[in-house]
Design a protein around this ligand. Structure first.
Ligand code: ZN
Ligand code: ZN
Length: 173
């Protein structure tokens, strides 16, 4: 259930929905507002899937949209977890991911463009490609369930985080 809070020119609401297009926002409401107007949109959802290649759990964060002379400034700060397999002990664990970004969306008739992002004609900006891209950059190449994961015994395969086997040796790392 959305809750709406008005704070001066800053308006907030929370969306709770496990929906694919959660991050597709109609920004038309901001475009007629004076330059400097900002609104915060809070997100909180249990699962968020990006076209089958990335499923985040516990996704939450805030997207701040601000009207600028050239268009719209989108500042996002989001956290989520991703189920991954530890490279040392092969256990599944939840990797925490945290992103923040700041991107300018220009009016179509005023291309300014470093990034080339523009506000579409229907005013509906899909922020999910942006969020997906930033989240993927945060995914560790060598995921570890914990920084000091002890891994598996090379003799018997025991998970040394959970048990001690008789093959006590100094691990190379
Ligand atoms: Zn591990
Ligand atoms: Zn062992």
């Amino acid at each position: 259930m959305p809750s709406i809070i008005y704070l001066f020119s800053l308006q907030s609401y929370t969306v709770n929905a496990p929906h694919q297009n959660l991050l597709r926002i109609n920004v038309g409401f901001l475009l007629n507002q004076p330059v400097g107007t900002t609104r915060d949109i809070h997100f909180e959802t249990q699962d968020l899937s990006f076209s089958n290649d990335l499923t985040l759990i516990g996704f939450s964060g805030t997207l701040r949209l601000g009207r600028t002379p050239q268009g719209l400034l989108a500042q996002g700060e989001f956290s989520a977890f991703l189920v991954m397999e530890c490279v040392r002990c092969l256990s599944e664990y939840q990797q925490s991911l945290h992103i923040h970004f700041s991107e300018l969306y220009a009016f179509r008739n005023k291309p300014i463009s470093d990034s080339g992002l523009i506000i579409p004609g229907d005013w509906k900006i899909d922020f999910s490609p942006l969020v997906r891209e930033y989240m993927l950059l945060e995914v560790p190449i060598k995921p570890l369930c914990q920084p000091n994961c002890k891994g598996l015994c090379i003799e018997c395969g025991a998970n040394l985080n959970e048990t001690q086997c008789e093959h006590v040796l100094v691990r190379p790392d």
